[in-house]
Design a protein around this ligand. Structure first.
Ligand code: FMN
Length: 192
């Protein structure tokens, strides 16, 4: 295989850009298709395809945010207006969000943990795909990824759950890197 210096250098320096700094323009239809194709090209033991994707774009982000806020108010009837407004903007300002749903399949071959890892790979591949197409992105879950009613409202069926919302847009900042673990702290040689 040939060395791909640009890919190596990207992987050595990749980092997320927070949702608040993901602005227009977002991917066009062809770019979104490429991002989805790259995102779903992941290891998948048993070829079970234990994941599905839901795209939130345009006005749907506002409609989904309104419904998230309604559920937030149900969970906390005393919620103040500012917090409610923050809930309404959960899918803003990023121009595009891709929800990744873990959809486990019955299998004698691939335990659920392996299927979950495959879904996590979709999330990270979507991040890398966004950068490959010239955008920035971040992977969040937030409370509504753990609330059954919110998950169903956002597109999950019974037995499924969201494992990530990948927000994608044009970066408004160049973020400082965060601290990374030293290799010495996380890598050891098998002692035999
Ligand atoms: C599964 C998962 C869920 C996350 N959920 C959130 C979240 O809800 N809110 C948040 O601020 N960050 C969340 N993060 C962290 C962001 O992705 C964070 O910006 C990221 O760790 C930055 O690392 P990077 O620059 O190496 O991509 C989550 C990360 C993972 C892997």
């Amino acid at each position: 295989m040939p060395v791909i210096p640009a890919l190596r250098d990207f992987l050595l320096t990749r980092r997320s850009v927070g949702i608040a700094f993901l602005k227009e323009p977002g991917p066009n239809a062809q770019e979104l298709r490429d991002i989805l194709l790259i995102g779903t090209r992941v290891p998948d033991h048993g070829k079970l395809v234990p994941w599905r994707l839901v795209v939130f774009a345009g006005e749907d982000r506002v409609r989904a945010g309104e419904k998230i806020a309604q559920i937030a108010r149900k969970r906390n009837p005393d919620i103040d207006e500012a917090s409610l407004d923050a809930e309404r903007r959960q899918l803003l300002p990023a121009p595009l969000t891709i929800g990744v749903i873990f959809s486990p399949k019955k299998s004698d071959k691939a335990p659920e943990l392996e299927q979950l890892l495959s879904a996590g790979n979709v999330c990270h591949n979507l991040l890398n795909a966004a950068y490959a197409l010239g955008f920035a992105a971040t992977w969040v879950t937030r409370w509504f990824a753990f609330d059954v009613e919110a998950q169903q409202m956002l597109g999950a069926n019974g037995g499924e759950r969201f494992v990530g919302f990948i927000h994608i847009g044009t970066p408004a900042i160049v973020p400082d890197d965060r601290e990374r673990p030293s290799l010495e702290s996380v890598v050891s040689r098998w002692p035999g």
